[in-house]
Design a protein around this ligand. Structure first.
Ligand code: NAD
Length: 491
């Protein structure tokens, strides 16, 4: 049996259950999954291996919440609860930081920034809850017509492992602000902070059933949530392949889906750019979170006149990068798992086999434990536009750099992948800034900066195979609502 706070210790292992209707529960089928610390390969915790039976219970609890205290709360009261959750998250910042760092290998500073972002999402959406309103519409004489934004009902949230707290915050914060009741399926590699968050939200006063969490494997708990006929909206963040499965499953119930998929986001550097300012962005956007960022800038396109200078200066920054255990707070920690390390190394093997040139690599710290999932940050130069290293999302600390000659060529290269999530443009030429901002096919464009990781206020999402729908900002609230038109005839 689980302790009332949901966490028990079996020797040195933490043991977590599902969180359903404010109760901690073992999986109905009794299964568990062992979670490893990617910094050293040691066992860290066990989580429940939820299946369809657990998802059924969670959806039922969410439905009950909509008919209960949660459903009856005014928008203002919901906003106040979200603010209390935000404050409570910050009170638990040390615990959440340490847990995230051990669970997914995030260096401490980066894990801490994710806790701050989680709190900020609840602050932002807490303040927005009572500011979403419809319109009155001019219509025929004798009628008054108005629109109402209403919650979808039960929302399903399928979360990836790369920014577990940030993505939980952006999706759940907006859904709860609009009055939905949520069922969350975190990634099996990254459940622990979501479960701790549930405990924090309960303490802060979130009514029972407004948030339910079922952990487990994607093909079991995730698939059961995506195809559940009691779910009214699915928010999915993850890979393209899984996104297609989730959209197909939701289509059977005709429910809307928000898909936040991957990217192959470019930064375009023109010869007139302020290189001093650009350089840290060029590198950090590729190696932050060990490159496991959907908005990572994995392609750097540079005007030929400054190409060799940019390669040399980026190379110097790469050589200074230390890769080590998350607890030592290096620039680059381990990747999330040995499985992910193998995927990235397969791409690096391909690069070597095809004769691509390595411009520079980072260095493994002397204290990096042997069992850790470490990958050296790697900058590859002169990579052809059609090579898989320039086309496919690697999700590791690997960047490809190549030169271009003309503005039109830069646009064609930037738009020349299946993806369209984020783009950075570095130039002092005002006309060019606006031309490119319009010509680039992506959900966000940054001019002389690159910051999709932050910016809770800024709508975020993709075009093409990067997905559809927008999260973050005010825009997300409309995505988590359905619009009702009311026409009153009064003569
Ligand atoms: P993934 O698609 O393997 O898993 C994402 C989530 O889906 C996990 O919770 C997983 O358990 C679940 N899942 C797996 N199979 C499922 C199924 N059949 N049905 C329902 N759910 C299922 O992706 P990942 O490896 O966790 O994350 C990496 C990918 O996510 C990368 O491609 C990255 O670009 C993308 N990503 C995108 C964004 C964004 O906002 N655009 C943010 C983070 C990550």
């Amino acid at each position: 049996m689980l302790a009332p706070d949901g966490v028990t210790r079996v020797s040195s292992l933490l043991r977590y259950g599902n969180f359903i209707a404010d109760q901690w529960r073992d999986a109905v089928a009794g299964g568990e999954i062992v979670i490893k610390n990617p910094s050293d390969g040691s066992d860290l915790a066990t989580i429940a291996r939820g299946t369809k039976a657990d998802v059924d219970l969670a959806v039922e609890a969410a439905r009950a919440a909509l008919g209960g205290d949660w459903g009856r709360m005014s928008a203002t009261a919901r906003g106040r609860v979200l603010h209390k959750i935000s404050d409570a998250v910050l009170r638990h910042i040390d615990r959440l930081t340490e847990l995230e760092s051990k669970d997914v290998g995030k260096p401490l500073t980066q894990a801490r920034a994710d806790v701050v972002a989680l709190a900020r999402y609840f602050e932002f959406y807490g303040a927005s809850a009572d500011k979403v309103h419809g319109d009155t519409l001019p219509y025929q004489n004798g009628f008054t017509v108005f629109t109402l934004y209403e919650p979808h009902g039960v929302t399903g949230h399928i979360i990836p492992w790369n920014y577990p707290m940030q993505i939980l915050g952006r999706s759940l914060g907006a859904a709860l602000a609009m009055g939905n009741a949520a069922v969350v399926k975190p990634a099996e590699e990254a459940c622990l902070t979501a479960l701790e968050f549930a405990r924090i939200a309960k303490e802060a006063g979130l009514p029972p059933g407004a948030l339910n969490i079922v952990t487990g494997l994607g093909a079991e708990a995730g698939a059961a949530l995506a195809e559940h006929s009691g779910v009214n909206h699915i928010s999915f963040t993850g890979s393209r392949r899984t996104g297609e499965l989730v959209q197909a499953a939701a289509a059977k119930n005709t429910v809307p889906v928000t898909l936040e998929l991957g990217g192959k986001s470019p930064q375009i550097v023109f010869a007139d750019a302020d290189l001093e300012r650009a350089l840290p962005f060029l590198v950090n956007a590729g190696i932050q979170n060990a490159g496991q960022t959907c908005s990572a800038s994995s392609r750097i396109l540079v005007e030929r006149g400054v190409y060799e200078e940019v390669v040399a200066r980026m190379s110097a920054l790469y050589r200074a990068l230390k890769v080590g255990p998350a607890s030592a707070d290096p620039a680059v920690g381990p990747v999330v798992s040995l499985r992910q390390k193998t995927i990235i190394e397969t791409y690096l093997d391909l690069a070597r086999k095809d004769g691509l040139r390595i411009a520079a690599q980072g260095e493994l710290a002397a204290d990096a434990p042997a069992g850790g999932a470490y990958v050296l940050p790697t900058l590859l130069r002169d990579v052809p536009a059609d090579h898989p290293l320039m086309q496919e999302e690697i999700f590791g600390p690997v960047q490809a750099i190549a030169p271009f000659d003309m503005e039109e060529e830069a646009i064609a290269l930037a738009n020349g992948t299946a993806y369209g999530l984020v783009c950075g443009i570095w130039t002092r030429d005002g006309g060019r800034q606006f031309r490119l901002a319009r010509a680039i096919q992506s959900g966000q464009v940054f001019v002389n900066n690159y910051g999709a990781g932050g910016g809770i206020e800024l709508p975020f999402g993709g075009v093409k195979r990067s997905g559809h729908g927008r999260e973050k900002g005010f825009e997300a609230l409309y995505g988590f609502a359905t619009l009702k038109t009311v026409s009153v005839y009064h003569g």
